[in-house]
Write a protein that binds this ligand. Structure first.
Ligand code: NI
Length: 135
């Protein structure tokens, strides 16, 4: 029987959404306030889900202490209180939308999750807008 275990986390980050191939007018039309050249911040809420069989020896799918420290080390240290466009290399040429941030988080965590486990990232950019990526 497969069970999904999830851990919530949180980080603050600044970003600007724009396409360098477009002029300011088109960027404003598509991205609105998110195109502010001086950046703006979000309080991101993250849910990391790991799905797999229960280990008969522990009764766990995954040790949540391990998941907690993985998220801290690989995600929070990399993104918390950062300007995503300027300070996070993954977004040098990638627009830091919630979609792309979720993919980057998945890619950062995937190598540390057991092969046989599924990894699902849910990222809230606002309390009402969220994206999900599971590879
Ligand atoms: Ni924004």
């Amino acid at each position: 029987m497969k069970v999904k275990v999830s851990r919530k986390a949180h980080f603050n980050a600044a970003h600007r959404l724009y396409n360098p191939d477009w002029d300011m007018e088109k960027n404003d039309a598509i991205f609105g306030l998110c195109n502010n050249p001086n950046y703006h911040g979000h309080n991101y809420e993250l849910i990391v889900g790991v799905t797999g069989e229960i280990d008969p020896e522990t009764g766990f799918v995954m040790d949540m202490k391990v998941l907690k420290s993985l998220i801290k080390k690989e995600v929070e240290m990399a993104l918390d209180h950062k300007n995503l466009n300027v300070e996070v290399p993954e977004f040098k040429n990638v627009n830091p939308t919630a979609e792309n941030i979720a993919i980057v988080i998945w890619q950062k965590l995937r190598p540390f999750i057991k092969q046989e486990h599924e990894l699902e990232i849910t990222l809230y950019e606002t309390p009402r807008n969220f994206v999900t990526f599971s590879g």
